[in-house]
Write a protein that binds this ligand. Sequence first.
Ligand code: SAH
Ligand code: SF4
Ligand code: F3S
Length: 444
Amino acid sequence: MLQFFIKSYGCQMNSYDSSRISDALMEAGHKTAESMSDANVVIFNTCSIREKADEKLFSDLGRARLLKLQSQITGNDFIIVVTGCVAQSKHEDIAKRAPYVDIIVGPQEIHKIAEDISDFLKKDRVDTIVRTASNAKEKFLHLTDQFFNRDVSEFLTIQEGCDNFCTYCIVPYTRGREFSRDVSDIMSEARKLLSMNVKEIILLGQNVNSYRGIGLDGKTWNLSRLIFELANLDGLKRIRYTTSNPKDIDESIAKVHREVEILMPFLHLPVQSGSDVVLRRMNRKYSADEYLKCIDFLRNSRSDMAFSSDFIVGFPGETDDDFQETLKLVNTVKFAQAYSFKYSSRPGTAAEKMDQQIPEEIKSERLQILQEILNKQQSQFNNGYVGKSLNVLITKQGRHKNQLVGRSEYSQSVAICDSYLNIGDVARVNITESLSHSLVGMVV
Ligand code: SAH
Ligand code: SF4
Ligand code: F3S
């Protein structure tokens, strides 16, 4: 029996993968460790989206190396595994810079990690294992169907990979081509989650709304058809999906939002920029105007719909005027929440080779201006609920006595004091106060 510790970086797809790796290791009889220093197996599930994310891995590996040296002195096992997107895109670099890493496998090879570890224990393997096959179908076929430890709200990956090749993005090179899981497979996973008291399922995909899977009738189903099916499951209280691409929003999405009450009226719809010139150079396949029409269309379908988004500032060639276009779009939409990043050049992408790279100081300046507006919008959105009520799914105990914490329809964190509610309940809550990152309320 080994103690394992998984450190997950990056997006929700990685958190999902980490929990499936954890299941496989628990099935093999291993136990989770509280920290890296209590573990005999350390797994880094890495992200490569921006340069900083890559560098984070190498600094963490330095720490793991010291722990490995200490274990060797005491004669204990210590296995270091690197998986995720950096393992895929930089496996040669990792093997060279960190030869003490035992297993380097891409995000679509995670189903073999438990077996690799047991080979190491049997001392059958001495050389570093490196595997970077890109076959999501195989991964889902072979991941264990034993699940352990699930929370009230859980991710369920339905689609993986990306065919869009936005010019700044490394994901098509790390996650490979788009793959959609069969509906029957997704339904049985959803049932398993519900049997473990999960109440909210968040469907995941790099391009979740381009989902095209084999349906229960043998025909191809899209995301909305799948959501209609999931909505019939007993005990499921909430459905969300992320991340959507604006170019794939269609009438079927509007319809499912209108008709499925447990589908939350909150959509993450990354726009990246408000300038058509930049959007074209990014290969986003929509204009700022089309994005705005898409927002209007969804708001007209369901009036309580709110939006979050992602932005990149300082994309090669972005002028001050282009940046002003982004601010204009932000002021038109009014986002409930947003993430914004400085453009980071990624190896092998088309934008890496573009001229007119923007200096760091200008990127920082633009980021600060944008974030100030986005933060203000988020506060305005949250303040707007003081004196009104929201439905809150209770997800955990709070820090204070009788305090519970949950999430609203819009994923806002809400703290309430009530001794009658349980984790997993949905309560109607009167919002009394809006703090910087959360709300406070009382059960109606
Ligand atoms: N598939 C999703 C995005 C996944 S990556 C979509 O198309 O929206 C998450 C976010 O990281 C992106 O929306 C983008 O804003 C940001 N991002 C991706 N590549 C980046 C890069 N090279 N530099 C800075 N931010 C980047
Ligand atoms: Fe990256 Fe674009 Fe694909 Fe999103 S749609 S994962 S940003 S290439
Ligand atoms: Fe990062 Fe890979 Fe996700 S690059 S954002 S972990 S798909």
